[in-house]
Write a protein that binds this ligand. Structure first.
Ligand SMILES: [Zn+2]
Length: 139
């Protein structure tokens, strides 16, 4: 029978066995810098992309509005031909709308309202301006 082995003597104190703190601190700093770098890159990309998105959205809204005014202009001409209305006569919106899809005035996506004006004149959006005017051709 063998005698029990003596307990291992631990001469090293627990304080000196602790790992040093500095690698943890350096790790946290590196993680923080990486995080800030990634946030900065994302912010830079957003700063580049967002104006382009806004510009594209405005151009799309403007083109949609111009298309609506073309439809209104065509409906005015059809109504004038069908009802034998002379150039310069004021429009009857409810009769002109009969020549539009759904028999209703289209809506401007920017919130403008359409002014039909007289026969022979271009319709106008209160937000984008006249169909072929300068304010309708560019923001
Ligand atoms: Zn408009």
């Amino acid at each position: 029978m063998t005698p029990p082995s003596p307990p291992l003597v631990d001469n090293v104190s627990t304080e000196s066995r602790k790992k040093p703190v500095w690698p943890w601190v350096v790790g946290c700093l590196v993680t923080s810098f990486v995080f800030l770098f990634v946030v900065g890159i994302v912010g830079l990309l957003a700063a580049i992309a967002i104006p382009s998105f806004v510009k594209a959205r405005n151009a799309s809204s403007q083109n949609s509005c111009i298309n609506n005014m073309r439809q209104i202009d065509g409906a005015k001409e059809q109504w004038a031909m069908a009802d034998d209305v002379n150039t310069g006569a004021s429009c009857v919106t409810s009769k002109v709308n009969l020549y539009l899809r759904g028999a209703v005035t289209p809506t401007c996506h920017a919130g403008g309202a359409y002014l039909y004006h007289e026969i022979g004149e271009e319709p106008e959006c209160t937000f984008h301006g006249p169909m072929s005017g300068t304010s309708a051709s560019g923001y």
